[in-house]
Design a protein around this ligand. Structure first.
Ligand SMILES: [Zn+2]
Length: 252
């Protein structure tokens, strides 16, 4: 911990008032700190697989066995991973704020839930969920592994059950709820995801749009890299989520 003057222009804490509503967006960085590898745009690979092969509808059409083998490995890795200090800090904040806290995660693992978060949506789907691509049957909780085609299951309608993941080219889940929460939050945090890349860039914009003199909206970014659109945020906190979050929040 560094020593600082109380009057420093850039406070090291976020003060949360009794009437604040908090919206949090988390991304790959927070899972990476728990050892879960995520897709890196630079080489187009995700754990050695091409993204087109394992994270697009076309890849699924072409080779469902390869897709299920990949997500079965991801399930195994996620079971072995543990929530970190950042997950725990957000769960603790929810405990203190109750329904004034909302978490939107781009991550498909369940580390937020395992840390104790409840009021959250997975906009890119869930690793431990499966669904039928053909009929209206709801997605269901699924921890099974599908190492080969013989292990695959079919829906009553005949459809081949697929991972409940939003692939590239598919529409993110829960957008209506997310927009509603963004329109009523007074405090928005972007954590462990690039502030410039979508959806974070739009989300901070939407939150800022609801700023008024009588109902100020504050937006914050937490990440190891300084975002190109830092100007869109009230303040940027430099550091990894696990370093920054545990001491970030001061409640009124
Ligand atoms: Zn079906």
């Amino acid at each position: 911990m560094t020593h600082r003057k109380p009057s420093a222009p850039h406070p090291r804490h976020i003060h949360i008032g009794k009437r604040d509503r908090v919206f949090v967006l988390t991304g790959a960085g927070i899972s990476a700190e728990s050892g879960l590898a995520t897709f890196r745009g630079a080489d187009g690979l995700w754990e050695g697989e091409r993204v087109e092969d394992v994270a697009t509808p076309r890849g699924w059409q072409r080779d469902p066995e390869r897709v299920w083998r990949f997500y079965s490995q991801r399930r195994q890795k996620a079971v072995e991973a543990q929530p970190n200090a950042a997950h725990r800090a957000l769960a603790q904040l929810e405990e203190q704020l109750g329904e004034r806290f909302f978490l939107c995660t781009q991550n498909v693992d369940n580390l937020h839930e395992r840390a104790g978060s409840h009021n959250l949506v997975h906009m890119h789907g869930e690793l431990f969920g499966s669904r039928c691509p053909l009929c209206e049957r709801e997605a269901f909780h699924d921890t099974r592994l599908y190492p080969n085609a013989a292990s695959h299951v079919r829906c009553e309608c005949g459809g081949r059950i697929r991972p409940d993941i939003v692939w590239f080219g598919e529409v993110p889940f829960h957008m209506e709820r997310i927009l509603e929460e963004l329109s009523r939050c007074t405090l928005m945090l972007v954590i462990g995801t690039s502030g410039v890349v979508q959806p974070a860039a739009s989300f901070v914009h939407w939150a800022n749009q609801h700023h008024t003199e009588h109902r100020p909206v504050r937006t914050f970014y937490v990440g190891p890299e300084h975002p190109a659109n830092a100007i869109a945020f009230t303040q940027v906190f430099a550091g990894t989520a696990g370093e920054v979050l545990p001491t970030l929040f001061h409640l009124a």
